[in-house]
Design a protein around this ligand. Sequence first.
Ligand SMILES: Cc1cc2nc3c(=O)[nH]c(=O)nc-3n(C[C@H](O)[C@H](O)[C@H](O)COP(=O)(O)OP(=O)(O)OC[C@H]3O[C@@H](n4cnc5c(N)ncnc54)[C@H](O)[C@@H]3O)c2cc1C
Length: 433
Amino acid sequence: MPECSPPSRRARYDVMVCGGGAAGVGAAIGAARAGGRVALLEQAPFLGGAATRSGVLTYCGFWTQAEPPRRAVGGVGAEVLGALDALGGMSGPFRTEGTRVVIALIEPEAVKLALDRLCAAAGVDVILHGRLCAAESDAETVRSAIALDHAGTFALDAAAFVDASGEADLAELAGAATRYGDAEGRVQNGTLAMRIGGVPRDADISRAVWAGAVRDAKGRGAKRMTKERGLVARLPHSGEILAFLADEAYDALDARSTSEAERHAREQAWAYIEAIRTLPGHEAAYLIATGPAIGTRESRHVIARARLRADDVINSRVPGDSVALGAWPIEGHPGPGLPSAWRRLRNDAAYGIGLDVLKSATHRNLFAAGRVIDADADAFASARVMGTAFATGHAAGIAAALVADGRTADAAAVRAEVLRQNGILDLEKKASP
Ligand SMILES: Cc1cc2nc3c(=O)[nH]c(=O)nc-3n(C[C@H](O)[C@H](O)[C@H](O)COP(=O)(O)OP(=O)(O)OC[C@H]3O[C@@H](n4cnc5c(N)ncnc54)[C@H](O)[C@@H]3O)c2cc1C
């Protein structure tokens, strides 16, 4: 791995969390509530991860798909929903048109403020604008995360670490075992989100109508657009439209590959606008924003002591060592322009994620959270969503705080603390939303 200059500043924590998305925020607050002094490092100027950096403004996985839906994520994730609701920054849960899955729509500025406030209230030391660039470690212990800002490099020493970076940067830099994509090195495709204005609320924005417009545009010779049918939803307050259509295949670990994908996806976004302007009520449609960053669904994973398996996910199994629940169907994105592949969970229930799925196989004080966890391709296609990322983060942060405190961090201890912090580990014991 590349070398950074030696750190000129050092600070000491119990737990260091890399990445301030859903998983990292869940981890940092969970660890702080368990008694740890916690640093949360994020390269962006705000928290929220894909929600705020990549315009992924639909929280999935918080609820089961049953009728009525049941809450599967409590703890930090539930507090975030409560804070968003109080800011008027969330609508839902409701079922989507088309796939009929249960989601909540969120407003990005509300997410930024809610996460700032929740982290501050928990006493988390949030460091924005800092990019992890190296780590100090030996064969089985991580000692320090080294980050870069405009003043040089600084070290965040800690007794335990959570990799919630989405790309498993911390694990890789620390020399822990990692893997790119699934067992064959395949990853889900990414998508550049589009926010669109100028379409009145009474216009028909159904997927079928938009897909027709895209097909017609292709028939007229338009070339750039990949997907014909994807999520199209109206944000509750602004009335703007959120669309996930501009798919790209690229390597999110490689700056040139990601740059090329973003350039091409922006061309796509403008082509989609041109296509939908032919629809009734869409004549004045315009692009408010893309991304800003392309949304990466998958790159590198931490290799853990156990792998989450599709068979357990699809059959809604909840093993006794579960420290988080997943409730989203399997939702695969196999390649640009290809339709998403959906499989619902047995009884529209939830499955358990064991502590070993979050524990690095090689480094005893390193935990994985969010989309870097160890899962086979189909299990990952469910567990990657943000509701579940809050839950795996919450559990990983608690496990890290226990390790830092010199306590046993086995599944029983982590479960007890997750429950003490109002997490949900058993649907039967929790009321509906
Ligand atoms: C196009 C698209 C659509 C999706 N649709 C949905 C949906 O509708 N609902 C849903 O719930 N989920 C959806 N997902 C999945 C979901 O967004 C992610 O799986 C989820 O955000 C994972 O959370 P995370 O915290 O693990 O990672 P992320 O949200 O990716 O957060 C990782 C954070 O780590 C930071 N980071 C990375 N490297 C470093 C570093 N070296 N130093 C410092 N900081 C670093 C990043 O800046 C980022 O903020 C979608 C994903 C994509 C791409």
